[in-house]
Design a binder for this molecule. Structure first.
Ligand SMILES: C[S@@+](CC[C@H](N)C(=O)[O-])C[C@H]1O[C@@H](n2cnc3c(N)ncnc32)[C@H](O)[C@@H]1O
Length: 424
């Protein structure tokens, strides 16, 4: 991604989070403090190399500035939709060739007219806020300025002709094979193989929407057995139902479930509890039996700090990362209960935050002690071992899979591991 001068650091994280990450990932020791932060940030600004090639170096002289979400969409292969445009250089009209810059610091007011190009403004003042504008590609304007900034505007404002990265388009394939596949990134594909489901088994996917791993599991089960695939939100479960119909996986049983309370039941018939039972029924909440499933997947809700390309993770503080990790533990504790002794539990996240990954593995081993065993993974493609800054015991560290975007450009930041329940 474009760097305008040597001291340029794109601030996609809150400083405390960036410091925590570069320290715990031990980048600092290997590369020095500043370099380590840049390495981390730059790896997350880029899409995984497996699906992209770097194509564009020249950028057009006139600029449009887009918001962060729009900039991320462009990096993933989309055109620029008019509502995402914040500002345009002067003298631009439909048909103009324009460079697309993303304002990740969200300082540009909608409707702003740039009198100079961003490059010129940076030449005038090296420390300007425009240092936080990221170049994401070139395109042709499809609307004039007045149309773009009218209220409730819709449609494509700029067609991207030269994206900074060329991403292979799945649109064409998905139209031809609409009923036959669900696209996933490469680390997500490892997860169902780790779980290793067998035909006819009883499997639980506790956090299943949008359905990538669950459909992969259905496939590996050869559509035979029982696959309870859950999500807390009813709307998301409705999408899972549609997905199971579209792909023909009758084994999927989409179910509304709060994974933090998967086994909690109302067990007396007092009127208060009757009311609460009714409320639960209306919400379609079900409760799961303990010691029932052969295998359970917890693909946990997480901070998503491994997703790439991403232009801002500013909403996360250290405290929010900690709370997310605690929330995951509640789901893991319930997963343990519903698993049979001898059953398999796979835990995965799409974040690089050690609190949600290695620290949760240590918590599981401490909390369930002799009742659980961390297994050697049966699949290790693209992964390295866990962080020694968090897991000092190398026999534990070597059994967890950390997918590292800094050293492995093909992957997003991801984490997975596999436990066996030994007893209750
Ligand atoms: C990382 S996504 C799962 C992705 C999915 N496994 C896939 O491969 O497509 C996490 C999901 O967990 C759901 N979720 C959040 N809290 C939950 C809870 N308490 N119980 C069940 N699902 C929850 C979210 O709605 C979200 O859809």
């Amino acid at each position: 991604m474009q760097q305008r001068n040597s001291s340029f650091t794109v601030e996609i994280f809150q400083q405390e989070v960036l410091d925590y990450l570069s320290e715990s990932l031990m980048l600092k020791e290997k590369h020095g403090s500043e370099e380590s932060k840049n390495l981390l940030v730059n790896s997350l600004l880029r899409p995984p190399s497996i699906s992209t090639i770097r194509v564009n170096t020249y950028h057009y002289k006139k600029d449009i500035v887009v918001d962060r979400k729009c900039g991320e969409a462009v990096l993933r292969g989309a055109d620029v939709f008019a509502p995402g445009i914040l500002g345009i250089s002067k003298n631009c009209h439909s048909g103009s060739e324009i460079a697309i810059l993303c304002d990740i610091s969200s300082q540009t007011k909608k409707g702003f007219r740039f009198e100079k190009t961003i490059e010129e403004m940076i030449q005038i003042d090296e420390n300007t806020k425009y240092q936080n504008f990221i170049y994401v590609g070139n395109g042709i304007l499809k609307m004039d300025r007045t149309s773009i900034f009218q209220a409730n505007v819709k449609g494509i404002g700029l067609e991207v002709t030269q994206p900074f990265y060329e991403t292979c388009s799945l649109n064409e394939i998905s139209q031809t094979y609409y009923n036959e596949f669900f696209a996933q990134n490469i680390c997500s594909m490892v997860v169902a193989h780790l779980l290793d489901p067998k035909k006819g088994e009883k499997i639980l996917d506790m956090c299943a929407c949008p359905g990538g791993k669950t459909t992969h599991i259905s496939n590996l089960m050869e559509n035979e057995g029982e696959l309870i695939c859950c999500d807390r939100q009813k709307g998301k479960v409705d999408l899972l139902k549609k997905l199971s119909e579209k792909l023909g996986y009758s084994v999927m049983k989409p179910t509304v479930l709060d994974g933090t309370k998967a086994t909690r039941r109302v067990n007396t018939d007092s009127s208060e509890n009757q009311k609460s039972k009714k409320r639960k029924t209306n919400e379609e909440q079900v409760f799961l039996e303990e010691n029932y499933f052969d295998r359970v997947l917890v693909d946990a809700p997480c901070s998503g700090l491994g997703q790439r390309p991403t232009l801002s993770f500013k909403e996360f503080s250290l405290d929010s990362l900690k709370k997310t990790a605690e929330y995951q533990r509640k789901i893991l504790a319930e997963a343990f209960k519903v698993l049979k002794p001898g059953g398999i539990l796979v835990f995965s996240t799409c974040t690089i935050s050690p609190m949600e990954n290695e620290e949760n593995v240590l918590w599981m081993l401490e909390n369930f002690h002799s009742k659980i065993e961390l297994l050697t993974p049966n699949m290790t493609a693209f992964a390295s071992e866990g962080l020694s800054s968090i897991i000092s015991d190398s026999s534990i560290r070597s059994k967890v899979l950390r997918f590292d975007p800094v050293t492995t450009p093909e992957t997003i930041g991801f984490f997975a591991c596999k436990f066996k329940k030994l007893s209750n």
